[in-house]
Design a binder for this molecule. Structure first.
Ligand code: F6P
Length: 368
């Protein structure tokens, strides 16, 4: 018989994704329907770890009034951070050096202090790994996967991805005419640290000529050849899609910065590719970095629906007494998978995937 619940909390961690507010709404309404109180933790776990930083307190009581009208909004009303891993929390020492400390026991005490029975943790691979560690330490937690990158394993898709792909495709549609008018090469850099899903799916839908993804290390000679060949066939412009995590053969990813307590920031590959292709093809080349534009805006109806379904399913999981699981999409339904299993590996683009094969059949070059 599942333990009875009086109060739950919800937090959003890591990079934001369109659909987070829809999850918050679904969790709030479904939990209140069951007679539970719902609290939102501000900025990942910071609302509990650094409560003094919040004038109104680090916890927000969530009510139907408070979550009204948020389904269509991008971002997260709770705030988020990618510097707040409680197991590797970055703290500045007296000498000004930042060191990582484990604040997970302190966090568990804060949950007890506020009499929170269970947590719905919404986040990407980092947040699910943290949720798994907290579950192992005894916290009652259910995870909800989010990421625009779609690199979380065990769920067919995450919310945020469709919005990002739709926007990226629209941008490509707009770039074709200007690239054609100026007979240029247009390099478009999109997010995608470990997996090239956004670059691949929007690249195919938006008729890119070249797609460079982390799963296929590229050779720019091959890309330049493809562009020149297009030229010979009368195509005087080319669109090159690059995922931020793409890397050259025998090379490494382009890193902007490394900081204690957070994942390294990627970026710069588009610039490198654009500069090299201009030299190699002799064609004027421009770069567009879509970056955080992919994370903003209103979620598509598909992302809203997934997010609402995930939020409601997380509450049903708690009601059933499920612990240490992540909600996952397994069409036509949702299922629950152990967090342990969900965090074991990243979901990268399989080299025999149908979308990749389609792209190759459409003569899209991958630089290999
Ligand atoms: O995880 C999603 C993601 O969009 C990655 O593709 C990207 O590397 C990262 O977030 C960037 O996050 P931020 O700029 O917030 O550190």
């Amino acid at each position: 018989m599942p333990a009875s619940i009086k109060r739950i909390a919800i937090c959003t961690g890591g990079g934001d994704a369109p659909g987070l507010n829809a999850v918050i709404k679904a969790v709030t309404i479904a939990a209140i329907k069951r007679g539970w109180q719902v609290y939102g933790i501000r900025d990942g776990y910071n609302g509990l770890l650094l409560p003094e930083q919040y004038i109104e307190g680090g916890l927000i009581r969530l009510t139907p009034e408070r979550v009204k009208g948020i389904t269509a909004l991008g971002g997260t009303m709770l705030g988020t951070t990618n510097r707040g891993n409680p197991l590797h929390y970055p703290l500045k020492g007296f000498d000004g050096q930042v060191v990582e400390v484990d604040r997970s026991d302190e966090l568990l005490r804060a949950f007890r202090l506020h009499e929170i029975d269970a947590l719905v943790s919404v986040g990407g691979d980092g947040s699910m790994t943290i949720a798994n560690a907290l579950a192992q330490k005894g916290l009652w937690v259910v995870g909800v996967p989010k990421t625009i990158d779609n690199d979380l394993d065990q769920t067919v898709v995450t919310f945020g991805f469709d919005t990002a792909v739709s926007f990226s495709t629209e941008c490509l549609d707009r770039l074709h005419s200007t690239a054609a008018s100026h007979r240029r090469v247009l390099v478009v850099e999109v997010m995608g640290r470990y997996a090239g899903w956004i670059a691949l799916e929007s690249g195919v839908s938006g008729s890119a000529d070249v797609i460079l993804i982390p799963e296929i290390p590229y050779d720019l000679e091959k890309v330049a050849e493809a562009i020149k060949e297009r030229e010979q066939q009368g195509n005087n412009y080319s669109i090159v899609m690059v995922a931020e995590g793409a890397k050259p053969k025998n090379g490494s990813v382009s890193v902007i910065s490394r900081e204690v307590g957070r994942a390294e920031r990627l970026g710069g590959v588009g610039e490198q590719v654009a500069a090299a292709l201009q030299t190699m093809t002799g064609k004027e080349t421009r770069l567009v970095v879509l970056g955080h534009l992919l994370r903003g805006g209103s979620p598509t109806s598909s992302d809203r629906l997934i997010a609402l379904r995930f939020g409601a399913a997380a509450v049903r999981a708690l009601e059933e007494g499920q612990r240490g699981v992540m909600v996952a999409l397994d069409p036509p339904t949702v299922k629950y998978v152990p967090l342990e299993e969900a965090t074991r590996r990243m979901k990268t683009v399989p080299l025999d995937s149908d979308v990749l094969l389609t792209a190759r059949d459409l003569n899209i070059c991958f630089g290999d």
